[in-house]
Structures are given as C-alpha cells and as structure tokens.
Design a protein around this ligand. Structure first.
Ligand SMILES: [Zn+2]
Length: 198
C-alpha cells in the first residue's frame, strides 16, 4: 500500500465490504434484497489525470466544440445526450476551457443566471417535475454542470440516485429526445443566444 495521505484515509477498511444496510429500504434507494458493496479500494495518489489535463486524454469539448450542442451564446453552450432514460440529460459548459476554480469573473457572473435558465427550460417539458443539477468534475477538467430532468410524479427518482435510474430506465425514443431538445433550445433562445437543433 502506498503511504496514506490523511488520518481520514488511515481509518478506512481497505479490501473489506462495508454494509449497505444504511441505504437498503430507504425511499430513494433503487435496490432491494441482498445488496453487496464492492470491496473498498485503496486510494490512488497522485490521482490519474482527467481528460483535458496534462497526460490525460484530450478534452472532448475542445476537440469537438459543436458535438451534441443544442444551444449556445458567446460564453456558454448546452449539450443534450442521447440514450437516456430520463426526459433529458443536458450539460452546461463554457465555450473556453476553464475549471470551476479558474473560471473568470465574466463567466462566474453569468453562471447563476444560466443555471436558472437551463433548469427552467427543462422544467418546461410536460414530462418533467423538477430539474436536478450537479457538478462532479471527475472525468473531464473542462468545467461542466449536469442537468437531469426528474420526471413528474416519479417520487422514487428524487435525490442523487436519479443518475443510477437514468442508466436503468428504458431509453426514450430518438424522436422524443429530439423534440425535447428542440423545446429546451427554443426556450433558452428566448433569453438570448441561438438554438442549434433543427
Ligand atoms: Zn476543454
């Protein structure tokens, strides 16, 4: 084992399976029965580079700036992805390559309004009850916020496990995804920028 970086790390039971009991039976947990947690892996320090970092894969956004984009303005772009089990899964990214911690003031100033606009545009879909959003940042260095459309009335999909439900639910048809993307792009364009889906 490499040297563990903190007291937190020194406490953890590497190689063992922690219990799933705190989650099983909870209203937002989508699994039941005998749930086995994977053995806890040792930390990897320094961490391997993310896409867009030195030594990592190329940044997907910078390599293909228009890929999946449904709306853009001079600062931001919104992507929508296919093969989703939710009414829409979208990503908000700055056009230029920044991390959250070095996002310049002109972008931090418009980030809040953009979150509000994207959430509102997605919530305008008749299948959607609420728009969840989150930033993980573990895969790519290029700052990106995920937006997950939580279907109306689907109370099991509340909370963080919506990302797991997205992978497990039946995929929505391509034509429905295209229609949802068009509606969201048009709603965004009402506040500025351009819709880029036909
Ligand atoms: Zn980039």
């Amino acid at each position: 084992m490499t040297e563990l970086p903190s007291e937190y790390h020194r406490r953890l039971p590497y190689g063992e399976r922690v219990s799933a009991d705190p989650l099983v039976g909870q209203p937002f947990f989508p699994f039941e029965g005998d749930v086995q947690v994977v053995p806890l892996a040792e930390p990897v320090v320094p961490e391997p580079p993310r896409a867009g970092e030195a030594g990592g894969k190329p940044c997907a956004k910078c390599a293909d700036p228009d890929g999946y984009v449904i709306w853009r303005d001079e600062q931001w772009a919104v992507k929508a992805f296919g093969a989703t089990g939710l009414p829409l899964v979208a990503v908000l990214e700055p056009n230029e390559h920044y991390r959250l911690d070095n996002l310049p003031p002109e972008l931090t100033a418009t980030l809040g309004p953009m979150i509000q606009r994207v959430a509102k545009a997605i919530q305008g879909l008749d299948s959607v009850g609420r728009t969840h959003f989150n930033r993980w940042g573990d895969g790519s260095e290029h700052f990106h916020l995920w937006f997950l459309a939580r279907p109306l009335g689907m109370m099991q999909l509340r909370g963080a496990m919506i990302a797991a439900w997205d992978d497990m639910l039946p995929k929505i048809p391509d034509e429905e995804l295209a229609a949802n993307s068009r509606q969201v792009a048009a709603a965004l364009a009402e506040g500025g920028g351009e819709a880029v889906v036909s």
